[in-house]
Ligand binder design. Structure first.
Ligand SMILES: *Cc1c(COP(=O)(O)O)cnc(C)c1O
Length: 418
């Protein structure tokens, strides 16, 4: 059973100031979870989580995570700028981009970020643009199909990211010639894994690669970045990951593979987005219309612009009809937004308590890859973002867009010039 982190009474109060729809984030949950992650990897002296900024690019959230010891994982110019604004610079930034546009490596290098090269050809690209930094990381793609114990798998062989093993070996040799002194290894093979086995398995793969790279190229491996991919249980019957068990699993692999190879000084990095934030965000929306045709529809005031995952991946997001938590789920609805797009549905054939017009609905687990994926189709405006602080008060951390924001990029034209 998924329970919201806000009560109906709190939401009634909040909606007096901030109209629906909005995303709200739970500071307490974010902090507690970040501390648990830190605890899980406390056996590794160099451990650091670089929060994947793309998951929720809000400086107030990044600030909270910074206070909990996290850095930032960036992959674009504006994400670098955001990190800089929050005071995350130097080794607090991991720059894991791909198909990198000109100028971004320069910015990352100026900030002192750890730069992660997605491809062998990026070596010449960065060398020509700004020179290879002293510490550099390369992204690995083992190819084939990657299966984790419970069958969760992905297809790295079809993914655009990373280098083959042969390219990794060549890359470290070449980077060494170009003056690099310390090296990292990065890989991201499976998204949203709901199993305690993914990170330990990936760690084994990367630790073995690290030993081989050291033997074949003689480089010093400073860190191994397990990247993102630790998932969350979106469905109420799913069991979540136990990050302490995951941390222990990685430790076991570390002690079996790296320590005997004389590599017991390697730091473990993570680049989690979803795990850090998804459960600690809700999209709050109001039922504004009902429609009875071949199916029963509830129209809400949010739409896919506020949360794209159901439309894009058919993703499940749990819905709580506030104040009706204990009523029987005896009505079958499609819960829809207002886009002129038939995939604009937050839920299809979902059993819910009877929804009345004006009811507040909490859509769960929108803290990561939620607001962040927003767009402006149909001229829909992006919502506000609120922070539920630990003392129970609410803080606006992003205002809602206005039509003026929507038309801002036409401000040069005769139609919208001020
Ligand atoms: C998206 C992304 C992440 C975060 O992934 P999650 O699934 O949110 O943990 C980390 N690193 C890179 C390079 C990514 O692209």
């Amino acid at each position: 059973m998924k329970r919201p982190f806000v009560t109906l009474e709190q939401l009634k109060e909040i909606t007096k100031t901030y109209p629906t729809p909005f995303h709200i984030y739970d500071e307490k949950g974010i902090r507690e979870n970040a501390r648990l992650l830190k605890q899980a990897f406390s056996w590794n002296p160099g451990f650091k989580e670089y929060f994947a900024v793309k998951a929720e690019p809000n400086p107030y959230i990044m600030q909270i995570l910074k206070e909990e010891g996290c850095g930032a994982d960036c992959s674009s110019m504006t994400e670098l700028m955001l990190s800089e604004a929050v005071g995350l610079v130097g080794s607090d930034i991991m720059f894991s981009s791909n198909d990198t546009p000109a100028g971004e490596f320069t910015k990352a290098k100026e900030l002192g970020a750890y730069i992660n090269l997605d491809d062998y050809t990026m070596i010449d690209f960065i060398e020509q643009e700004c020179g290879v930094p002293e510490t550099i990381c390369c992204r690995y793609n083992p190819g084939g199909v990657y299966t984790v114990s419970n069958g969760i798998m992905d297809n790295p062989g079809d993914a655009k990211y990373g280098m083959t093993k042969e390219q990794m070996i060549d890359a470290y040799k070449r980077l060494k010639e170009l003056g690099a002194k310390h090296f990292g290894i990065h890989s991201f093979l499976v998204s949203n894994t709901v199993t305690n086995d993914y990170y330990p398995m990936l760690a084994r793969t990367l630790f073995e690669l690290a030993v081989e790279l050291k033997e074949k190229t003689g480089v010093h491996i400073r860190f191994i970045n397990l990247s993102g991919g630790v998932g969350i249980p979106y469905k109420p019957d799913q069991k979540g990951n136990d990050i302490l068990v995951i941390g222990e699993g990685v430790r076991k692999a570390y002690e079996e593979i790296l320590v005997p190879a004389g590599m017991g000084d390697v730091a473990i990095f993570t680049e989690l987005g979803r795990f850090m934030l998804a459960p600690y965000g809700h999209l709050v929306t109001r039922a504004i219309h009902e429609k009875h045709i071949y199916k029963e529809y509830i129209g809400v005031d949010a739409c896919a612009v506020n949360l794209m995952r159901p439309a894009m991946y058919g993703a499940y997001h749990h819905i709580t009809v506030m104040g009706k938590e204990n009523e029987p789920c005896d009505h079958k609805y499609d819960v829809t937004g207002s886009l002129c797009e038939n995939n604009d549905k937050f839920a299809i054939d979902r059993m819910l308590p009877k929804v009345d017009m004006g009811d507040l609905l909490v859509i769960h687990d929108t803290g990561a890859h939620g607001f962040a994926m927003g767009y402006n189709y149909n001229g829909k405006l992006k919502s506000a973002e609120l922070l539920l602080r630990e003392d129970g008060t609410t803080k606006l951390i992003r205002r809602a867009e206005t039509p003026a924001d929507y038309f801002a990029t036409l401000d040069f034209s005769e139609f919208f010039r001020k």
